[in-house]
Design a protein around this ligand. Sequence first.
Ligand code: HEM
Length: 125
Amino acid sequence: MKKQRPVNLDLQTIHFPVSAIASILHRVSGVITFIAVGILLWLLGMSLSSQEGFQQAADIMTGFFAKFIVWGILTALAYHICGGIRHMLMDFGYLEENLAVGSLSAKVAIGIAVILSILAGVLVW
Ligand code: HEM
């Protein structure tokens, strides 16, 4: 039987709502934060192992690539905290669960995370 359902394969006309983007970013930032715990503990362990270890960790942190990774970790953590607080406000009933409030709170969470990300860049460089 031939199905008559409409099909749209033009990906340029398909847009995610901002709340969906906020949700995806929250999961991605949670996974990045999880991986970051390992990286940061490794760096901490190296810096505490000896005087040479501390110097080695300090030297690693002078490179652009290492700074970029740390900036990425701080950005992911900032977004995860903003998104997490948004989730908890919704879970505790402080934010109404409708499309308008969901979209606005997602935009606020992303906006605050962008500002924190810029501040993290200033801190790292
Ligand atoms: C080491 C720190 C953290 C790690 C590794 C981490 C990791 C994760 C991961 C992997 C998820 C699952 C995401 C998903 O499957 O959609 C998650 C969910 C969540 N995280 Fe975190 N997280 C951390 C810190 C935080 C902090 C500080 C907050 C508080 C603001 C927070 C609030 C939440 C909330 C509320 C959820 C559930 C979101 C939902 O219901 O979909 N997390 N976290």
